[in-house]
Design a protein around this ligand. Structure first.
Ligand code: FES
Ligand SMILES: [Fe+2]
Length: 326
């Protein structure tokens, strides 16, 4: 069942900061647009339309980056970080109107974001700076799903599905607030299966920070172990019915971390423990996959006590769709 929701405005993650290395050229899709990403002269991420205005080659398919310009693989025309054509492959003067569209970019919390607005409006807000101080290097798993960012982000406030889909117990909402494009909620639950080697029936405290429908991070604290993970949930609509969901994770030990983790050397914590935590995170999210890929979007859901703040989430989501789309 393809999603029926149109593309929302917002910032959407297209790469890890580390993936967009100096001189690299990445090929990405965002809401039906083909884009190329590279680093500009100040190291800033640059996102340009991928198709060359000369004779239409896809610059992400064989193109290169030279002196912070992208070089088209077909005739060698070069485009700078504003999208202007600055050279042909023949050493002749570029056609004055030759340029490709340039899209706003941002970088936060180890991710590269590109702004999308269905009518091309400029960004109305920016992702906040997020410190990764003390955390393990970010891990990322990309899942391609037949769903929509509003559906995957709704998962974070849909408290009713936690016992049914994930087997969590004692789900308790502590807090919910919205402020413009930002939504924050906190809740707790018990994870009966725990984690391998760390016991069962673990108490989990969750603090969800959502910036639009493409960017949320979930601060997870296991008070019994004093272990903190930050799980990034980064759904990017790539075409009308497909979302690339980037599942990112970083991990850190609290001051009172459980003795079984206290003496684990840094290299092992960054490697083995972080990898196990990422697998557990991705495993939990994949429990939702079948529902997401086969559900239909119910515009007026029949909400019941126990759902959590789904209705308030839906009201908050409306700001990301323009009147033209409605
Ligand atoms: S198509 Fe890009 S240089 Fe000709
Ligand atoms: Fe879920």
């Amino acid at each position: 069942m393809p999603p029926t929701l149109p593309p929302p405005s917002g910032w959407f993650a297209l790469a890890l900061t580390a993936e967009l290395a100096e001189g690299a050229l990445l090929s990405r899709r965002l809401a039906g647009k083909e884009l190329v990403l590279f680093r500009g002269p100040e190291g800033q991420p640059v996102a340009l339309d991928a198709h060359c205005p000369h004779l239409g080659a896809h610059m992400g398919q064989g193109g290169t980056v030279r002196d912070h310009t992208v070089v088209c693989p077909f005739h060698g025309f070069r485009f700078d970080s504003t999208g202007a054509c600055v050279a042909t492959g023949y050493g002749t003067r570029p056609p004055p109107s030759a340029r490709v569209s340039c899209h706003p970019t941002a970088e936060s919390g180890g991710w590269v974001f590109v702004w999308f607005h269905p009518e091309g409006a400029a960004p109305a807000w920016h992702p906040p700076p997020v410190s990764l101080e003390g955390y393990t290097p970010p891990r990322c798993t990309v899942a391609t799903l037949r769903t929509h960012p509003q559906e995957t982000t709704e998962n974070s406030v849909d408290l009713g599905h936690f016992p049914v889909v994930h087997g969590y117990g004692a789900v308790t909402l502590h807090h919910f607030e919205v402020a413009g494009p930002y939504l924050h909620t906190r809740y707790g639950f018990v994870r009966p299966d725990g984690f391998p080697g760390l016991g069962r029936n673990l108490q989990v405290e969750i603090s969800v920070h959502v910036w639009g429908l493409g960017y949320s991070y979930v601060d997870v604290h296991l008070p019994g172990l004093d272990l903190h993970t930050r799980q990034y949930v980064l759904p990017t609509l790539v075409d009308a019915d497909t979302t690339e969901l980037r599942l990112g994770m970083v991990l850190r030990r609290g001051a009172a971390v459980d003795w079984r983790l206290r003496f684990v050397p840094r290299w092992m914590f960054d490697g083995v423990v972080s990898s196990m935590a990422q697998n557990a995170y991705v495993g939990d999210v994949m429990q939702d996959r079948r529902v997401w890929e086969n559900k239909r979007h119910v515009e007026r859901p029949l909400l019941a006590e126990g759902d959590g703040p789904v209705g308030r989430y839906r009201a908050w989501c409306r700001q990301f769709y323009s009147a033209v789309q409605a």
